[in-house]
Design a binder for this molecule. Structure first.
Ligand SMILES: NC(=O)c1ccc[n+]([C@@H]2O[C@H](COP(=O)([O-])OP(=O)(O)OC[C@H]3O[C@@H](n4cnc5c(N)ncnc54)[C@H](O)[C@@H]3O)[C@@H](O)[C@H]2O)c1
Length: 251
């Protein structure tokens, strides 16, 4: 999957799916800007990439702040001359029923997962139009289609990401820009359990409930991201790729 010579910016690239995507894009030949709320995470992933012999930069960014997002985009273009690929992977997933959910928590989830994705898309899209090409890949979630108990804000934010993805895809298709989303099922990262990883017992139990018999690994998702970002992926835009070991086939 060829991303040789391309420049990618991965927001939320300090952990989990974003980190694995940043590393996989670099392994496949891209230069990579890594942004994350936690500066050490972004810098750590950038160091891993440069130690492996590919150009990278890591910087702190709060994706809810348009000024910070615009600065990161500017810094990436100044360092690598262009941005061909944007991956939006920043996300949070606190869990509460609608009855218990504070308005502040609702707003924060929408701000990070949905508004943050919008701000990053907005920050790169003019540049991609000027270049008459680019790939934007938003990390959504299967919950955006099916809902989840204690995750109304999360599911709503991801349904919004899906609608944003389709709308932007329509707006920029004539400029050769492809905008797609990957909607994972359960993946082994710290996100679903408030910062701790799944226990082996949890992984086993959740895996057994899936048609393919295991929960997702970040590398599964990173491979899909690299494919969507690569030259192998053409004439494909406005799509939500449900990547979940068969989960949604359960209804
Ligand atoms: N892990 C899963 O089961 C799963 C399932 C479906 C969808 N997703 C989605 O995948 C994406 C990546 O999640 P993950 O599982 O890799 O989690 P993760 O917690 O490992 O990574 C998320 C990263 O986003 C960063 N982040 C959080 N708020 C931010 C902000 N305001 N600005 C910039 N960065 C911020 C975090 O610091 C973290 O490094 C998220 O959008 C998540 O909703 C994950």
């Amino acid at each position: 999957m060829d991303v040789q010579g391309k420049v990618a910016l991965v927001i939320g690239g300090g952990s989990g799916i974003g980190r694995a995507s940043a590393l996989a894009l670099a392994r496949n030949g891209a230069s990579v800007g890594v942004g994350d709320l936690v500066a050490e995470r972004a810098e750590g992933v950038a160091s891993e990439i440069t130690e492996a012999g590919r150009p990278a930069l890591g910087a702190a960014v709060d994706v809810t702040r348009s000024g910070q997002v615009n600065d990161l985009v500017k810094q990436t273009i100044e360092s690598f001359d262009r941005i061909d690929i944007l991956i939006n992977s920043a996300g949070i997933f606190p869990q509460d029923t609608v009855q218990d959910l504070e308005e502040e928590e609702w707003n924060q989830v929408i701000a990070v997962n949905l508004t943050g994705t919008f701000l990053a898309c907005k920050a790169v899209v003019g540049h991609m139009i000027a270049n008459q090409g680019g790939k934007i890949i938003n990390i959504s979630a299967g919950h955006g289609a099916r809902g989840i108990v204690k995750g109304s804000h999360y599911a709503a934010s991801k349904a919004g990401v899906n609608a944003l993805t389709k709308s932007l895809a329509l707006e920029v298709a004539s400029h050769g820009i492809m905008v797609n989303a990957v909607a994972p099922g359960p993946v082994d990262t710290p996100l679903p359990r408030g910062g701790r990883l799944y226990t082996e017992e949890e992984k086993q139990r959740m895996g057994e409930a899936l048609p393919m018999g295991r929960i997702g690994r970040v590398e599964d998702l990173a491979s899909m991201v690299v494919f969507l970002a690569s030259d192998a992926c053409q004439w494909f835009t406005g799509q939500i790729v449900y990547h979940n070991g068969g989960d949604l086939m359960l209804g």
